[in-house]
Design a protein around this ligand. Structure first.
Ligand code: 5GP
Length: 130
């Protein structure tokens, strides 16, 4: 059965998309740890990030690098932190989380976002993509 994230890629589940190319897809997390929390995924459905082919894994971070400056321009933060967990959704992904302090990188802070706020934020981030 297709993962939730494959259904998002295929448009079967709605999302606030940030960026897509042939191999990768990114969208806002519906339960952000901080505003601007973005997920970056390969379209290839593999559970464990470190089981990805070398070129897909390295390309995932280069794809993320295109998005981080746009997040930083929209969300006031010290930097964009990264979490790799993957215990909830078995489709490899990287969490990009704008942060002001290390202690903020915890799923204990995750809260369901207001859909309108998420949509507005996605539009702002997209406008800052180069
Ligand atoms: P992990 O698998 O790394 O523990 O976390 C999976 C992440 O995916 C969680 O932060 C969760 O909020 C997010 N997530 C799960 N289902 C959906 C969904 O349908 N849409 C979006 N935008 N995010 C989701």
């Amino acid at each position: 059965m297709a993962s939730i994230f494959t259904k998002i890629i295929n448009g079967e589940i709605p999302c606030q998309k940030i960026l897509e190319d042939e191999q990768y897809f990114s969208f806002l997390d519906i339960n952000p740890i901080n505003p601007g929390h973005t997920l970056v995924i390969p379209k290839q459905e593999t559970d464990y990030l470190f089981a990805l082919d070398d070129n897909i894994l390295s390309g995932l971070f280069l794809f993320a690098k295109k998005i981080v400056p746009a997040i930083e321009q929209v969300i006031s933060c010290k930097r964009v932190g990264v979490i790799v967990a993957g215990l909830e959704v078995p489709h490899a992904h990287v969490h990009l989380i704008p942060m002001g302090a290390e202690g903020e990188l915890t799923f204990d802070r995750a809260q369901r976002a207001n859909p309108q706020d998420l949509a507005a934020l996605a539009q702002k981030i997209i406008q800052h993509l180069k």
